[in-house]
Design a protein around this ligand. Structure first.
Ligand SMILES: NC(=O)c1ccc[n+]([C@@H]2O[C@H](COP(=O)([O-])OP(=O)(O)OC[C@H]3O[C@@H](n4cnc5c(N)ncnc54)[C@H](OP(=O)(O)O)[C@@H]3O)[C@@H](O)[C@H]2O)c1
Length: 93
């Protein structure tokens, strides 16, 4: 049996996005790959095998969020994002 996790709130959810888009690890990788912080975050999810569900009502952002299949993060870059985990929850259902 294969279980695949769904990642809702991939940017931390509304009210938290700038914190993640402005993170220096994320902005450094965005500069390295010539992508936006949002694309780096989404690519990390997809490359690690998660389904990711970003929310957007902006057509430019929606297009941008699909444009993540023409580059690959290195293992070290994947790990540098994984190391940002703070065991923090934004919602408590
Ligand atoms: N079923 C559940 O249990 C559950 C739980 C949590 C969330 N959800 C759903 O999951 C989805 C995602 O949640 P969310 O929308 O709250 O959080 P999110 O995807 O983490 O963040 C959405 C925010 O990011 C912005 N954004 C999206 N793409 C961007 C880009 N390329 N550049 C800059 N900003 C960008 C959006 O603004 P713009 O609109 O301006 O692009 C919006 O403010 C929603 O559909 C939500 O309803 C479901």
């Amino acid at each position: 049996m294969l279980l695949v996790l769904e990642s809702w709130y991939p940017f931390g959810g509304r009210g938290h996005t700038q914190e993640h888009f402005g993170n220096e690890v994320i902005t450094g990788l965005a500069e390295k790959y010539g992508k936006t912080p949002a694309q780096i975050i989404l690519r990390w999810h997809i490359q690690d095998g998660y389904i990711t569900i970003p929310g957007s009502s902006n057509p430019d952002h929606i297009r941008e969020n699909f444009d993540i299949f023409d580059f690959e993060l290195t293992d070290a870059d994947m790990e540098s994002i994984r190391a940002l985990d703070r065991q923090e929850r934004y919602e408590n259902w």
